[in-house]
Design a protein around this ligand. Structure first.
Ligand code: AMP
Ligand code: ZN
Length: 114
């Protein structure tokens, strides 16, 4: 827990969010500024700033985040038509919250990425 971190505070329930899933390792909640009808953030409880800081021991956690995204996509009804999973990493990707998170985005056709 980093006391200055927005997503650590949400994970600890010190700040509100619309939580759609949680377990001992992670929490998933609706993005406050969705870019599509479904926009969920999958956030590990353990603080790490970004993918750039991941260590070998984090491999299982990252796999579980992706698997959770797959299951949430099913539950939220976007799996058949498809969805996008995004990790923004540091400045050039536009990362604004420095606590690793996976975006699950779908519910409409999404523009092609560069
Ligand atoms: P990123 O650019 O990958 O760092 O994305 C951070 C995301 O967090 C953005 O899509 C924001 O809309 C979202 N966000 C910021 N503050 C909150 C909040 N309090 N609750 C939910 N989502 C948030
Ligand atoms: Zn944090």
């Amino acid at each position: 827990m980093n006391p200055d971190c927005l997503f650590c505070k949400i994970a600890a329930k010190e700040l509100p969010a619309t939580v759609v899933y949680e377990d001992d390792a992670m929490v998933a909640f609706k993005d406050i500024k969705p870019v599509a009808p479904v926009h969920v953030l999958i956030v590990p409880r353990k603080h790490a700033p970004s993918v750039a800081e991941l260590a070998p021991g984090d491999t299982l956690l990252v796999g579980e985040m992706i698997r959770r995204a797959q299951q949430l996509a099913e539950e939220l009804g976007i799996a058949d038509r498809g969805y996008r999973l995004v990790f923004n990493v540091r400045k050039h990707a536009g990362q604004v919250v420095d606590h690793i998170h996976l975006h699950l985005i779908g519910g409409q056709a999404l523009g092609r990425m560069a």
